[in-house]
Design a protein around this ligand. Structure first.
Ligand SMILES: Nc1ncnc2c1ncn2[C@@H]1O[C@H](COP(=O)(O)OP(=O)(O)OP(=O)(O)O)[C@@H](O)[C@H]1O
Ligand SMILES: CC(=O)N[C@H]1[C@@H]2OC[C@@H](O2)[C@@H](O)[C@@H]1O[C@H](C)C(=O)O
Length: 378
């Protein structure tokens, strides 16, 4: 059965909420519908940043320390608004939608402690939108000993099948954190590779007050500090084989201690961090059965030409394309993936696999909720 599913993603960049509609049976993608991105206001982003800080050290996923309770209300409200705007902008009636996949906002990720925390109230979103919602898609995997991330590989595989190409491909998402899916016929291997844009974003915010290195212009003017890069690459994470996953802020202390960025110009620091992202992505190739022949890149990092140039150099002679080059979406891919995952969850088919999260056996996940009837007012 084909479902019309909306996926919602608020990623580690905390720039906004991505919304996408797809038609799918959870195995193949019958159609890609419209997509949109609704930016958070500056005050929203500040609250989310504070929520990540207050979540650090959490041991119980049900507790809401510091501003987390307030941030959860905000996340839920902004997602409800995003769905309502998306339906209106695309002249869709709620009755045309079968399910919503709601990722929420990750505030703390410690899979080795069987802990991953996404804030966002799925039942409240269902009530506010009148739509069936699937949420908390990482928890079952982590409870079963998996990494709980990345979750998008099963969607990448569905897309890759539609390309009908032979040969191995890597689908790369460069968001705040970067993650890779290696696909070669039935082989599916995935992991977070290391930093994506988050360290660059944090640097740009601290040095210029900007949100990101637009078009990689700052990094393009700088020089990579190879000595600093070598020190940064010595982090043990980059030696580990997949599966493995990261919290947004996992390298913050490492960079502060070993990056020497404070002594560099903003340009050189941006160039060095951009090189770190590309080098850590390329290094994963050593941990794969073979080097991917083609790389297909999605996420905001695909819009950074300096990063894409550095990556192409490091993985040469492989072909590096953007998701848009092959008819997919650079910006909506993750939101589409959560629509796809929601449909799979409804059918009880696996979201995660030993090769993607390290879970012992393929596993489904997610919590399904339907809107509660509104209380009658007299
Ligand atoms: N034109 C651009 N030039 C350079 N960088 C860009 C551009 N557009 C977006 N980015 C980068 O992409 C980031 C947003 O990427 P994206 O939306 O894929 O992240 P996310 O989904 O929040 O993260 P994650 O995948 O880790 O959850 C921005 O914070 C910025 O660093
Ligand atoms: C814990 C968590 O939210 N992880 C995110 C994050 O952002 C990118 C990378 O790290 C990836 O592992 C994951 O998101 C994508 C959507 C995923 O699960 O596939």
């Amino acid at each position: 059965m084909i479902f019309r599913a909306i996926g919602l993603m608020s990623g580690t960049s905390m720039d906004g909420i991505d919304v996408a509609l797809i038609e799918t049976d959870g195995e193949t993608v019958a159609a890609m519908g419209p997509s949109a991105s609704y930016a958070y206001a500056a005050a929203d982003r500040d609250l989310l940043r504070q929520a990540l800080a207050d979540a650090a050290g959490m041991t119980d996923r049900a507790v809401r320390p510091g501003v987390l309770g307030e941030a959860e209300l905000l996340v839920t409200r902004r997602h409800a608004e995003a769905v309502q705007r998306f339906l209106k902008d695309n002249q869709l009636s709620p009755s045309a939608i079968d399910v919503v996949g709601f990722h929420g906002q990750t505030v703390w990720h410690r899979p080795e402690q069987k802990l991953t925390v996404q804030i966002g109230d799925g039942q409240a979103l269902a009530d506010a939108t009148g739509l069936r919602v699937v949420y908390d898609l990482r928890a079952a995997d982590v409870a079963a000993g998996g990494q709980g991330a990345p979750l998008v590989p099963v969607y990448h595989r569905a897309l890759a099948r539609s390309l009908g190409e032979g040969g191995s491909i890597a689908v790369l998402n460069i968001g705040g954190v970067a993650n890779i899916t290696f696909i070669d016929r039935e082989t599916l291997i995935a992991c977070d590779t290391g930093p994506g844009n988050a360290l660059i974003d944090d640097l740009v915010l601290a040095r210029t007050g900007g949100r990101y290195d637009a078009d990689g212009a700052l990094a393009a003017r700088g020089r990579v500090d190879e000595t600093a890069l070598t020190r940064l690459l010595a982090h043990p994470y980059f030696e580990q084989s997949p599966p493995k996953s990261l919290d947004r802020n996992d390298f913050r202390a490492h960079v502060a201690a070993h990056g020497g960025l404070d002594a560099m110009s903003a340009e050189d620091a941006a160039a060095t961090l951009t090189a770190l992202t590309s080098a850590t992505i390329a290094r994963v190739v050593e941990r794969l059965p073979r080097a991917p022949a083609t790389w297909i890149v999605a996420g905001g990092g695909a819009l950074n030409p300096t990063l894409m140039r550095m990556l192409s150099t490091r993985v040469a002679p492989a072909r590096v394309e953007t998701a848009a080059d092959v008819g997919w979406s650079v910006e909506a891919m993750e939101a589409q993936a959560f629509a796809f995952l929601a449909v799979r969850a409804l059918s009880g088919i696996p979201l995660t696999f030993p090769g993607t999260t390290g879970v012992a056996a393929a596993l489904t996940g997610g919590v399904v909720v339907t809107p509660r009837a509104k209380a009658k007012t007299a």
